[in-house]
Design a protein around this ligand. Structure first.
Ligand SMILES: Cc1cc2nc3c(=O)[nH]c(=O)nc-3n(C[C@H](O)[C@H](O)[C@H](O)COP(=O)(O)O)c2cc1C
Ligand SMILES: [Fe+2]
Ligand SMILES: [Fe+2]
Length: 405
């Protein structure tokens, strides 16, 4: 199976998609057994070609081969750099060398610095501001800086003549779609789930920049005819679907009834307590989304983070471990606070054997965060009736907070 495929999207526009089946951990961090794709694009015009982004370094050769099948690289006049993260820029040195010195490189001023610092290159660089337009072959490539979606130098391109919006990381997703477009038969429910995981883990920390930046899409560019992201499917049937999804995730718009429960349990003590929570939530008509760390099962961090943006509330439960927080949960909680902290109600439940430390160490952190910590419940040893009552009271507080934010 080819690792780089091409597809004609419009008269003069081609997708060059790298299919990364070897990927296990995106950014050496995020568990992605589904793999991932890196979308570059080529526009061919009577006045020369425009290449939008490249690919990861280890796919340089197949990328160049695919490019050569589409165009004589010497005919490429411009390289548009939407984002300098090496999943899109890793092949840049080889691509620039293949095209030749005449190529103009278009990007955010910060991209120029990154081209120098990452690749020690100093190409013919054209600085992009919010009103910069590149006119070529009867098209006005209109750029907008999109800082922090996902790095400081990110930007998008809009082609008004076609209504095409090249998003870079924004509107992207994990996963290797079967199709090219959103109407090619991929299961969009499943795909949006992967997109939400991508959003949470990659864009999440900068989610406050989503609304600000999307306001820069004025007029027709606010409702493009097609969205062409750097990862995942291209959206032509319903571009609003991925735009609305990203906006909702950035805002933390909840799906009614969805409560995320994340817990760890070494020997089942936390598990017994959290079961009280889960049963009560279900009795009250909620849908708990349960993610757990046990001796038999471990949910991926990316799955945990990905469940939070559209939840109504979050419940965390873990044990004291060597006078601290159970280590995997300490890491998970840090990442939740770093990536997907929202103004949502939160409940903390902790258990201990002889000297509980979870509440002491976590409470100040959680209180400082965007979450609204409604209650902290500590349970010593075996779950008894008194603890059960405390848990039920905590769930009541959480439900009240959901109903009257
Ligand atoms: C490796 C290990 C270290 C522990 N360290 C502490 C500790 O420092 N202080 C404490 O009060 N309890 C400690 N405990 C006891 C647990 O916090 C307690 O049994 C808890 O209820 C376990 O819940 P779980 O089995 O659901 O993880 C420790 C337990 C284990 C297995
Ligand atoms: Fe990125
Ligand atoms: Fe990317």
């Amino acid at each position: 199976m080819n690792s780089v495929i091409t597809h004609q999207i419009a008269d003069n526009l081609f997708l060059i998609r790298t299919i990364d089946r070897k990927l296990k951990y995106f950014e050496a961090l995020w568990e992605v057994p589904e793999g991932m794709v890196y979308n570059a694009y080529l526009l061919k015009t009577s006045e020369g070609g425009v290449l939008f982004d490249t690919t990861k370094a280890n796919y340089t050769e197949p990328f160049l081969e695919a490019l050569r099948d589409l165009i004589d690289p010497k005919e490429i006049k411009h390289l548009v750099v939407h984002h300098m993260e090496p999943d899109h820029s890793g092949a840049m040195s080889a691509v620039l060398e293949t095209i030749g010195d005449h190529v103009q490189v278009w990007g955010h001023p910060f991209a120029k610095r990154l081209i120098k610092s990452l690749y020690d290159l100093d190409p013919n660089f054209q600085t992009v501001k919010d009103d910069t337009v590149l006119e070529i072959g009867g098209k006005k490539l209109t750029f907008r800086q999109m800082p922090w979606l996902h790095w400081p130098e990110c930007m998008i391109t809009y082609i008004p003549e076609d209504g095409f919006l090249f998003g870079g990381d924004i509107f992207g997703s994990y996963g290797i779609p079967d199709g090219i477009f959103d109407d090619d038969g991929d299961d969009l429910h499943e795909f949006l789930h992967l997109a939400r995981e991508y959003f949470a883990s990659v864009i999440g920390h900068y989610k406050s920049y989503v609304n600000k930046n999307l306001l820069k899409l004025e007029g027709e560019s606010a409702s493009p005819k097609m969205i062409l992201p750097a990862h995942g499917l291209l959206w032509r049937k319903n571009p609003a679907q991925i735009m609305d999804a990203y906006t909702n995730w950035a805002n933390g718009t909840p799906v009614k009834g969805k409560v995320v429960v994340v817990y760890s349990s070494m020997y089942g003590f936390v598990e017994k307590s959290i079961q009280v929570v889960i049963d009560d939530l279900e009795k009250r008509g909620f849908n708990p989304e349960i993610l757990r760390i046990t001796d038999e099962h471990r949910d991926d961090l990316v799955d945990i983070l990905g469940q939070i943006p559209d939840s109504e509330a979050v419940i965390i439960a873990t044990a004291t471990y060597e006078a601290g927080i159970f280590p995997l949960m300490a890491y998970i909680i840090d990442e939740i606070l770093h990536k997907v902290a929202y103004e949502k109600p939160m409940l903390l439940l902790s258990t201990f054997g002889w000297g509980g430390m979870v509440s002491k160490q976590l409470k100040p952190k959680l209180e400082e965060s965007s979450f609204h910590l409604v209650d902290v419940i500590e349970i010593k040893g075996l779950l008894d009736d008194e603890s059960r009552e405390k848990i039920l009271a905590g769930v009541s507080k959480l439900v009240d907070a959901i109903h009257s934010p």
